[in-house]
Write a protein that binds this ligand. Structure first.
Ligand code: ATP
Ligand code: MG
Length: 391
């Protein structure tokens, strides 16, 4: 029996005249990611997307497709020529599988008849199929209010039978929302922040700061691995790896010790902005969240923010750590984020960082440095790594 994956999308159907653009982009993105599994047939039909499953590993296809932004849910359906006897047989076969796999005891049949030429109306189909299932099974009853399983029947040009719906992440098709530069550390927060913005269709590039040789190669590999996990959703991520050791040394030499973190934050923002503009990104993204650490008080955020002109997106700003952690587990970055390799910020960490920095005072300290020269130097030595999902 032939099987097909029904792929549903939500919000893009609201897009009016632009709808075909969003739909086609979604189809293209799905085709792109399933390419690694084989030559699957992906097509758009009656406001949904279908993928012929043939002999492909269904779990693998589901796992891949539910990671595509814009996908709200998927279902594995039997597909066949619409004929009431056949519908009864397939529905019965399907529910027997449900009994075997999930031990279901109650069910309900729901029918959608889009093909008005089909001789039976929806309620008649449901009734007929329900009766047929009851007659040919033991210990199974109908429960219309709270059934263990709903057998969905759709009568279109073809007939479809399915029950389980597996949720995707929703959002907008990747690549329909412009481009932004993510400040990607090795921590828990920034990968989640990047993922959330990417989910809105925004293409992500990333910049990472290290203090090699004070920080290790493994710290760098960890960030590449995080970018690789994100690329499962985004297809490809261009990662700019930048050494800021000289900047940190200069700050350490010339500026008050308790301003180390906030000053290097301003440099991080300024460098990211410069690369962002060159790469045609229209915003920066950070994983900051109010009050999480000294450099994320409102006073500190004001000071870091004023180092740049581009808008800075902080999708985690009002989220609790516990919720960020649970999201990072859901998107698979958590296990990598908690690997213990040191971040560049710990290299010259002050004992007591300022929590209420004053912008004028920080700018005064900054004037002790040749900011432009330091920034240009750091950017000159950028290492660009293209991280892609493997085919
Ligand atoms: P994260 O878990 O994302 O590292 P955090 O809670 O450790 O966040 P901070 O270390 O204060 O917070 O960093 C705040 C934000 O600054 C990060 O979310 C990230 O966007 C950016 N950032 C910090 N360190 C780096 C780095 N080494 N490279 C690139 N961006 C960084
Ligand atoms: Mg960090």
């Amino acid at each position: 029996m032939e099987k097909v994956l029904i792929v549903r999308y939500g919000e893009i159907s609201l897009k009016g005249l632009n709808r075909p653009y969003f739909e086609n982009k979604l189809v293209k993105n799905i085709k792109n990611v399933v390419r690694k599994l084989g030559k699957l047939n992906v097509y758009k039909l009656h406001g949904r997307i279908y993928i012929d499953l043939e002999d492909y590993d269904i779990d693998e296809v589901i796992d891949t497709v539910t990671k595509v932004f814009g996908v709200v849910s998927v279902s594995v359906a039997y597909i066949f020529d619409a004929d009431i006897d056949k519908i009864c047989d397939v529905a019965l076969e399907h529910i027997k599988e449900c009994i075997e796999e999930d031990g279901v005891k109650t069910f309900k049949v729901e029918t959608k008849r889009a093909n008005k030429n089909f001789p039976l109306k929806s309620p008649e189909v449901s009734r007929k199929v329900g009766a047929y299932i009851l007659k040919n099974t033991d210990n199974l009853t109908v429960d219309v209010h709270n059934p263990d399983v709903i057998v969905n029947i759709e009568v279109r040009d073809k007939a479809y039978v399915y029950s389980r719906k597996i949720e995707g992440f929703g959002g907008m098709p990747y690549g329909t929302g412009g481009k932004a530069m993510l400040l990607l550390s090795g921590g828990i927060d920034s990968p989640v922040a990047g993922w959330l913005v990417a989910k809105r269709g925004v293409i992500i590039e990333a910049v990472h700061y290290h203090s090699y040789p004070f920080t290790s190669d493994r710290a760098k590999e960890k960030v590449i691995e995080l970018a690789r996990i994100l690329s499962q959703y985004c297809g490809k991520i261009r990662l700019h790896s930048i050494n800021i050791l000289n900047i940190q040394k200069a700050i350490n030499e010339k500026c008050p010790a308790d301003e180390m973190t906030i000053l290097s934050r301003r440099f991080m923002m300024a460098i990211a902005e410069k690369i962002a503009i060159k790469r045609k990104c229209s915003a920066l993204i950070t994983g900051e969240s109010i009050g999480q650490v000294a450099s994320q008080t409102l006073d500190s955020l004001l000071v870091t923010n004023s180092a740049v002109k581009l808008p800075v997106f902080r999708p985690l700003i009002a989220m609790d750590k516990i919720d960020i952690v649970s999201l990072s587990k859901k998107i698979d970055t958590y296990e990598t984020s908690i690997l213990p390799y040191e971040d560049c910020c710990t290299v010259f960490l002050p004992d007591r960082p300022v929590t209420k920095p004053k912008l004028e005072k920080i700018i005064k300290s900054e004037q002790l440095l040749d900011v432009e020269e330091l920034i240009n130097d750091a950017i000159r030595n950028v290492e660009v790594i293209e991280v892609e999902i493997e085919f």
